[in-house]
Design a protein around this ligand. Structure first.
Ligand code: S3P
Length: 166
């Protein structure tokens, strides 16, 4: 148990938001999801924001809501998969949280991501995009305090394992 934020990072489809919700309920903390916060602030879906204002604009909002979330009392914070592309974000996350990186096999990611087509960076051939992006982001989540492969696990099972190591 720690007085810091519990921050969940990881590639798209690794289960960050589902696990974050379960964890927050179990430890009695607020759940803050940076993607949902961006959508609430701009009153648009992430897809609309990418389409109408571009990825760079989304990244600025993402940074802004991260700083706001970190200023709150200790919460469970779930993040978009690309938040770690910005080294300032990585520093902020490292300084203020106990960081969990979720991962999953490419087959599992594709299964989960195909069921939800709302991610702008995955338009086209999902398998190809996931493989490309995963390769490009190799190492980007390595700074986490705890790593967990969620393939075949339910959000409850993932939460159990996280809490045992917290
Ligand atoms: C992104 C991941 C998405 C969302 C946006 C960009 C990324 O969040 O922030 O579509 O660059 O990996 P999830 O990881 O919750 O899907």
């Amino acid at each position: 148990m720690s007085g810091k934020h519990l921050i969940i990072i990881g590639f798209m489809g690794t289960g960050k938001s589902s696990v974050g919700q379960v964890l927050a309920k179990r430890i009695g903390r607020t759940w803050i999801d940076t993607d949902l916060e961006v959508e609430r602030k701009v009153n648009k879906s992430i897809s609309e924001l990418f389409e109408e204002n571009g990825e760079a604009c989304f990244r600025l909002w993402e940074k802004h809501v991260l700083i706001e979330a970190l200023a709150e009392r200790p919460a469970v914070i779930t993040t978009g998969g690309g938040i770690v592309l910005d080294q300032d974000n990585v520093k902020q996350i490292t300084d203020s949280g106990w960081v969990v990186a979720l991962d999953a096999s490419v087959d599992e990611l594709i299964k989960r991501l195909k069921a939800n087509t709302s991610r702008p960076l995955l338009s086209g051939d999902v398998r190809e995009r996931v493989t490309q992006l995963k390769k490009k982001r190799q190492g980007a989540y390595d700074f986490a305090d705890f790593h967990l492969d969620t393939s075949g696990l339910t959000p409850d099972e993932v939460s159990d394992r996280i809490l045992r190591n917290w």
